[in-house]
Design a protein around this ligand. Sequence first.
Ligand code: ZN
Length: 282
Amino acid sequence: MRFGNVNLHLVSDGVYWEDGGGLFGLVPKALWERVAAPDERNRLKFEMRSLLIESAEQRILVDTGYGDKLTDKERGFVSLEGERRLLDSLAKLGIGPLDVDLVINTHLHGDHCGGNTGYDENGELVPTFPWATYCVQRLELADATFPNERTQATYRRENFEPLAKAGQLRVLSGDTRLTDEVRVVVTPGHTRAHQCVVVESGGQTALFLGDLASWPIHIERLSWVPAYDVEPLVSIETKRNLARWAVENHVLLIFEHHPEIGAGYLHATERPERFRLEPHGF
Ligand SMILES: [Zn+2]
């Protein structure tokens, strides 16, 4: 999709399946199963959609999926199939690992940064994109480096430590402009320093939501907050602010995890806490 002076592409690290209760937290199943029918193990299908932003100077990749480092047992648990899914998706656009200049991680949960690194032919852990600078929030890196009992399963050192070792990690402290068209904004709630990516060019604005709103329903209904969010009440306020901003500025919202809807425009409804997404394909 042409977007002002840049091209936006949706690429994919494939799909996985995870418990529906996790995605909807306190929302009763009787309500959420009207939005999405779970499989026989009560699981829902998740897309791992990454955003590739191509400008004249740079190729920027936002999030890298699970990658290929999970054990067979871990893969079985989330029904993840296939190898090199994201790399193949990028290759279809003619983009190889050497062509990516910047990688932005919305946060360091395993399904967002697993593809940051991989094993080389000698079995060494190395950055997947050898020439890229990887951008992570300082507080997110701290939380990932020193996880607690609740967060340790999803924060895996092998996804970010090799970046620092290779000198390819750029640690951001708060909202940061990365290029003329691309900036990150800290959007706390899912994690304390989750960041969303804003693309602005030619009078148009797009927002990659990461897990601030994994699916459209999470921003359409502010009270629908995943059980994964570490600060659920903060999530609601962050979503409220971004939803209002997106409606007022006709912002194209991009969703990382919904199996079908990749993007859309948000509209207000008669109820202040509810919004409606108009899907927009690209
Ligand atoms: Zn996620």
